[in-house]
Design a protein around this ligand. Structure first.
Ligand SMILES: C[S@@+](CC[C@H](N)C(=O)[O-])C[C@H]1O[C@@H](n2cnc3c(N)ncnc32)[C@H](O)[C@@H]1O
Length: 191
């Protein structure tokens, strides 16, 4: 089993960045709701003063997450949308402070239903135009599954092309691990 002391894995790093960055009243967007772990964290962090949007193409993911939120009485300021994240501009008409993608397929679900290079990049482009100045966008890519490497390369090629006067872009990867460790990209929009 992998043990981390200070250099934590991307999933935990995303949580840490969320905890540190998100404030009461922020507006957040989860582009891959899945089992709703990130959505739930976001809802808690923005508090009742903020708002969270969530997208997933699987109705099951949206319904399950809605139920989880209702149980915890945290469903008031959440808008869950059963559509692809490549269509976020059809639903969101305000700026967003924090955006997260956890790409690939739903663990424990149908491995054939997964994010794809073309729609992912289309979505990231739209997400960046919604992102507030000083806002953050985080993307975790998995490269072990069919299509994963192609998607990660497309994401990286696009992010590399962003103007450094407008965006700070970071890549976070364990370079000595076997078995295709996930890769985290972070984008900060500059004022
Ligand atoms: C790795 S899982 C997300 C896990 C989630 N962050 C969690 O905490 O459980 C990826 C999710 O992306 C969803 N997905 C695939 N293509 C999508 C698309 N075009 N738009 C939105 N969601 C998509 C899948 O249905 C799946 O639930």
């Amino acid at each position: 089993m992998m043990r981390f002391k200070h250099f934590i894995n991307p999933v935990e790093t995303v949580k840490k960045i969320m905890n540190y960055y998100i404030k009461d009243g922020h507006i957040a967007l989860d582009c891959t709701v899945g089992n709703g772990k990130d959505t739930l964290n976001l809802v808690r962090l923005v508090s009742e003063k903020g708002k969270v949007y969530g997208f997933d193409i699987q109705e099951k993911a949206i319904i399950n997450t809605e139920k989880k939120l209702q149980k915890l009485n945290l469903d008031k300021n959440v808008i869950l949308i059963n559509d692809g994240h490549e269509n976020i501009d059809k639903y969101i008409y305000e700026n967003i402070d924090f955006i997260v993608y956890n790409l690939g397929y739903l663990p424990g679900g149908d491995k054939n239903i997964k994010t794809k290079a073309l729609t992912t990049v289309k979505s990231i482009k739209k997400a960046l135009s919604l992102l507030n100045n000083n806002g953050l966008l985080l993307i975790t890519c998995y490269i072990g599954h069919d299509g994963g490497k192609e998607e990660q390369e497309a994401v990286e090629n696009f992010l590399e092309s962003l103007d450094q006067r407008r965006y700070n872009v970071l890549k976070f990867k364990f370079i000595n691990q076997r078995n295709n460790p996930p890769i985290l990209y972070g984008v900060e929009k500059i004022n």
